[in-house]
Structures are given as C-alpha cells and as structure tokens.
Ligand binder design. Structure first.
Ligand code: COA
Ligand code: ZN
Length: 311
C-alpha cells in the first residue's frame, strides 16, 4: 500500500499569482477528501506577507468537511505558526527547512542552524498535543542558487531532525532537477540512518523525472509519496521550480508497477476542474521558455517560478 500526500492545496496554490477565492479552496479540499488520498496538505500558517496566497489558512481549515481517515496537515514555520495551526485544529504539522543555506535565507530568513533552533520549541509543543510532525528537507538534491547539494549535507540535516523527534522526513527536490541517479546516491547515504517508513519523497517535475524518481525511491522501500493533482505547484522562492509530480501520473505509474493505491483518478481530475475558473488550465510545456528578466512577475531577482533560471 502506498500513501499519497496530496499537496496541491498548499504547494500548488502558494505559487499561483491569481488569487483563488477562499470558497474555491474549501470546495477543492472537500473534493480531494473524497478522492481516496491519504493525507491532504491543506494550507500554510506562514507569514501572510511572504505567501499572501495562503493567508486564509484558518478559514479554510474551519470550513472544510473532514472525512474520517484522511489526515489534514499544514505547513508551519515557527511557534507563531504552530499556535495558529492548533487553533485551526490541524492533524499533523509540517515543518520545513532546506539543505541549501542560500535557499533557507530566501525562503525562511534564517540559516539551517537557525531553522533547527526555531523548530525545537515547536516540536516540544506539537509533541505535548500528540500531533505527528513532518519536516521537509527542501533542495535535497539541487538548489537554484547553490547547484548540486551533497548527500552528506542532507544526511547531517536529517540526522539532526531525527534526533529532535521528527516523525517523518519529506525529501524534496524543490526545483525538480534530480535524476534517478541522484536519488540513488542520496538514498544510499540516507537509508542507513533513517528507516524508509519515516521517509516521504517530494518531487517536482520540471525535467519530467518525477515518476522515474518516485519509482527509484520505492525500490528503497519508501511508501509515502507527495504529489499534486494536475501537477500544480512550485515555490515562489525557488526560481525555476515548476509543479509537483502529478497525483494522477503517480497513481497510474504505481498501479502499473503492481502497487495498491486507494485514490481515484477521475475524482482527482474533477477536484482539479473546480479550480479552472481561477487558474490557467493545465498547460502544455513551453517550447521556448522566456528569459526570467523579461517575465512579468520578475521582482527582486525572483521570477514567477515557471521559467528556467537564466540569471
Ligand atoms: N504566521 C503569521 N505571521 C507571522 C508568522 C506566522 N507563522 N511568523 C512570523 N509572522 C509575522 C510576524 O508577526 C512579523 O509581523 P510584523 O512585521 O507585522 O511584526 C513578521 O511576520 C516577521 O516575523 P519574524 O519572526 O521576524 O519572521 P521573518 O521575517 O524572519 O520570517 C518566516 C520568517 C519563516 C515566518 C517567513 O520567512 C515565512 O513565513 N516564510 C514562508 C515561506 C514559504 O512558505 N515558502 C514556501 C514553502 S517552501
Ligand atoms: Zn514542493
């Protein structure tokens, strides 16, 4: 049995420049709840100045109809975020840091060490309330600013997070550049210190390696896969990052590989259609990606995240 974590409402919508109305997000999450996915990352309790797209996290949590058996999680960056998340009744808390110092500074305004210091009180509080904690290790393979990230950096960070009492690590290819060889290299180093049942994989599909990377990860005994319906997603602080590997593709590929999954593709696509009035319909790959500096969203050296990094 493979566990699917649907991250579209968070990873997908954080990167959309058009504001999706709160009511549409609620309908989207409600529809996803009936697709058979195991977990839904509903939103993020981060700074609304950093991610205005998700400033309505509390209302979304308040208004959704929770389906028994589905875990409703949210991104939390610090104690303030945790307090907001508790008030909203999240089932599971997702912390996030990165193996790249530069990306961390841009994304969460602190170093790797600083992020770990921020997490400690959050982990203690979440533990007291009996909530499981995931931690993302972003840029685990490549970083738009630092290039290739060494497996040792990821292993060191994973080790600190495990020592802290994190339940699950989501190993993230934030810019979607990893290949199955990169996955092999990292997993060979990581698996001796983190058991596969505590690892999730989170692949973006920029170079269409997402499915191959998921399959490679499964060969290591990893059973939890993050994906987003319709391949929604990206990070506004990671130039070049496009959407996550699509949930439909993951389900198809894994069923073909003989795995059991509970999610239903038709229902997932129906859920994605609810966003069509607000988001561009899923588009074909651009044949000639524009230069970031001419992108209409180019701002302070950051582009809309849909284009190749040409800086
Ligand atoms: N929720 C709401 N507001 C928050 C907050 C939270 N979890 N954490 C901080 N803030 C507010 C503070 O109250 C403060 O507001 P003020 O300027 O009105 O006084 C402001 O944000 C700055 O707070 P500070 O603690 O100094 O944080 P920071 O500026 O160092 O930013 C983060 C740190 C982590 C909160 C911020 O960088 C962030 O939210 N990043 C999220 C990035 C993200 O989600 N990326 C996509 C996922 S990969
Ligand atoms: Zn992501």
């Amino acid at each position: 049995m493979i566990k699917i974590v649907e991250v579209g409402p968070r990873d997908g919508l954080q990167n959309e420049f058009s504001m999706v109305p709160t009511s549409a997000k609620i309908d989207f999450v409600n529809a996803l709840s009936r697709t058979g996915v195991n977990e839904i990352e509903v939103s993020a309790f981060v700074s609304p100045k950093k991610i205005p797209q998700l400033q309505d996290a509390a209302i979304v949590f308040e208004k959704i109809h929770r389906v028994k058996g589905v875990v409703y999680s949210a991104l939390v960056p610090n104690e303030k975020g945790l307090e907001r998340a508790f008030q909203a009744g999240v089932d599971k808390v997702s912390l996030f840091t990165a193996a790249s110092e530069t990306f961390n500074q841009k994304n969460i305004n602190t170093s790797i060490k600083g992020s770990l210091a921020r997490f400690r009180p959050v982990v203690t509080q979440a533990g007291k309330r009996g909530r499981p904690i995931r931690a993302y290790i972003s840029t685990a393979f490549w970083c738009a600013f630092e290039g290739k990230i060494s497996a040792q950096k990821v292993v060191n960070l994973a080790s600190s997070l495990m020592d802290m009492g994190i339940d699950e690590l989501s190993i993230s290819d934030t810019i979607g550049k990893a290949t199955p060889d990169d996955v092999e290299q990292l997993m060979d180093s990581l698996l001796p210190i983190v058991p596969p049942d505590r690892i999730a994989v989170h692949y973006h599909d920029t170079y269409a390696n997402g499915i191959a990377n998921v399959l490679k990860s499964l060969s290591y005994g990893i059973r939890t896969v993050d994906a987003s319906v319709g391949g929604l997603g990206g990070c506004p602080f990671a130039p070049g990052a496009t959407g996550n590997v699509s949930t439909e593709d993951v389900i198809r590929a894994l069923r073909n590989a003989g795995e059991t999954l509970t999610a239903n593709i038709d229902r997932l696509l129906q859920a994605r259609e609810l966003l069509n009035p607000y988001l561009p319909a899923p588009s074909l790959p651009e044949t000639d990606p524009p230069d970031c500096s001419t992108c209409e969203f180019f701002n302070n050296g950051l582009c809309c995240g849909r284009h190749e990094l040409t800086l």
